[in-house]
Design a protein around this ligand. Sequence first.
Ligand code: ADP
Ligand code: MG
Length: 338
Amino acid sequence: MGKIQVMEEWLSNKIAAGEVVERPSSVVKELVENAIDAGSTSIEVFLEEAGLTSIQVTDNGRGMDEDDALLCFGRHATSKISKEQDLFRIRTLGFRGEALASIASVSKVTLKTSDGETSGLEVHLEGGHVISKTPTAFRKGTDITVSQLFFNTPARLKYLKTIQTELGHSIDLLNRLALGYPDIAFKLVHNGGVLLQTNGRGNVQQVLAAIYGMQNAKKMIPFSIESKDYKVHGYASMPEVTRASKNYISLFVNGRWVKHYLIQKAIVDAYHTYLPIERYPIVVLYIEGDPQLTDVNVHPAKLQIRLSKEQELLPLVEKAVREAIRGAIHVPLAQKKE
Ligand code: ADP
Ligand code: MG
């Protein structure tokens, strides 16, 4: 008899969780992205002790029926892709079908959901095992609470940083998602205190004001440019508004917040000599293009992507930002001439 055995699902989920669920903010990311994919217009996030005690995400999206409310915790269970071609034209933030399975395997989860047609269901899980499921009256939408994260993975629990650091990661994440989705009203509450609130009216400048303050938001210059394959638009700060890190540059590719070294470099290069040494601008940049030009399946957290036609995109980004700031700097001069 051979020695090889196929792992039980709860064990493989726990292993996958090592990659997908690094810290409380990873849970927030997966839950909020699910809420966005569900077509929500309002998403509220409640954290207790930076999410170490509990993370609750409430949305008004399409919800799930009874079958899906249980299936969603299965490994590779997704409603977002079903055939190979789908992988090359991904329009949703999720598609791997592993976030809920992974999260549930390392925490205690309560899910309440309803699709608005059938009555709702409330499901409790511990360490990935379903403890109870009860029909419940619930409005259309979903409410997930993840508590005691890493209760069964002590090594991961030990590795977590201070409450302030962990909270910082979630605030940063919510800021980016709010910038990425100005049409969605976001609210972030920590230990009862509201840390971020946007109105969901689609106004990026309002979101910028909520995050960076009204004074800075007023000094953000809009830009928009197109090439054959890409549309680039966003807001760039006047060179007088600077920060000590590049972390205030937010990039979105087809709605997905990503980190991309070369695009970030193109933005910083656009400011050229306008910035003092080791100071960086606040920029929010949206790139729209055929999903076939982007490969998001690089890492489970999907923060990295590979882009085709970079040689077309990078100069376009640099041009858009450079023209925006040059235009803004020269406006007072031009007005003087008149
Ligand atoms: P993925 O997002 O990659 O599909 P997840 O494990 O994050 O995988 O979620 C599994 C499935 O559960 C989703 O495909 C979706 O059908 C359903 N789901 C999860 N969260 C929500 C939500 N907030 N509203 C509606 N459906 C949801
Ligand atoms: Mg997901």
